[in-house]
Design a protein around this ligand. Structure first.
Ligand SMILES: [Zn+2]
Length: 158
């Protein structure tokens, strides 16, 4: 189910690039294509391994999804969060569905590293540090590790 080769077996989840043709919402650093969602790295050195999980079909709001699509979306979000926890060794994984800036339905997956954060008990949006890009070697390492883990069924609790 997680293999790129097995992705998107017909139906409403037809092949499409990781750019929404309706609203233009785009993942800048794609990591994996899951049955219902595309996963991308969010380049934020404060939270190494931060990701976006973007529902492939365009919907303006989470509450508009069918029961079936909600189940698929949440299941894939949970699996990405589990992958993040396993690969990154984070203390906690925050999951957020906001849609204030980009209405296209997507979830933020934010690994939290309490020992090195200035406000580990607050929301990641309250972190006072300036958001800067990851160092290129760190970025590439995260891309390699996370994309490999999401393409490896055995690394998931399915
Ligand atoms: Zn869209």
């Amino acid at each position: 189910m997680w293999s790129v080769a097995n992705k998107r077996a017909g139906g409403v989840l037809d092949p499409a690039p990781s750019v929404c043709s309706t609203c233009g919402f785009e993942l800048w650093i794609p990591l994996a294509a899951l049955p219902a969602c595309d996963v991308g790295l969010y380049d934020d050195a404060r939270f190494p391994g931060r990701m976006l999980v973007s529902l492939r079909p365009h919907f303006e709001a989470f509450e508009l999804l069918s029961d079936e699509l909600t189940t698929l979306f949440i299941s894939e979000v949970q699996k990405v969060a589990a992958t993040a926890r396993k690969v990154l060794g984070a203390d906690r994984i925050n999951v957020a569905i906001l849609g204030n800036q980009e209405p296209h339905v997507h979830a933020h997956i934010v690994p939290r590293y309490g020992a090195v954060e200035p406000v580990p008990h607050k929301s990641p949006w309250d972190d006072p540090r300036q958001r800067v890009r990851l160092q290129s070697s760190v970025r590439q390492s995260l891309i390699d590790q996370l994309s490999a883990a999401m393409d490896d069924k055995s690394s998931f609790r399915m």
